[in-house]
Design a binder for this molecule. Sequence first.
Ligand code: DQA
Length: 146
Amino acid sequence: MKLLVINGPNLNMLGKRDADQYGTETLDQISHRMSAKAAELDVNLEFFQSNHEGDIIDFIQANYENVSGILINPGALTHYGISLRDCLSDVKTPFIEIHLSDIHEREEFRRHSLISDLSFEQIKGHRGDGYIMALERLVSHLRKQL
Ligand code: DQA
């Protein structure tokens, strides 16, 4: 089984961003932890990060036919990225939405996600651990469907 792991704008800055919201781990450190868990689960991961909505859409369109699912933290695109929402809706690949912070406990403008109604699940507020949780949840969901 192969999954895409996609991180949106500013997530390349993890480790330097607000530690109270996002924790202290870098994106590389989280990705290494995910790779170790993926090896345990016998799953292949392909990682992608971009600060540009169109690049994320290009990446999904180029790869969705070869994968079983997507783990995505769209960053701020969560709240305004209609093209990204359309892309996820068009490809119909099962996905989990991840947020390091608890977006429902923050500013009003972060409370609404444009993709949560499409996602299999939203995992929020667990900092870097949320990525591992999401990986386990998506793999178990997909394996139940085989
Ligand atoms: C985030 C939450 C978003 O509101 C914010 O713009 C981010 C990160 C999170 O992981 O908590 O960049 O998606």
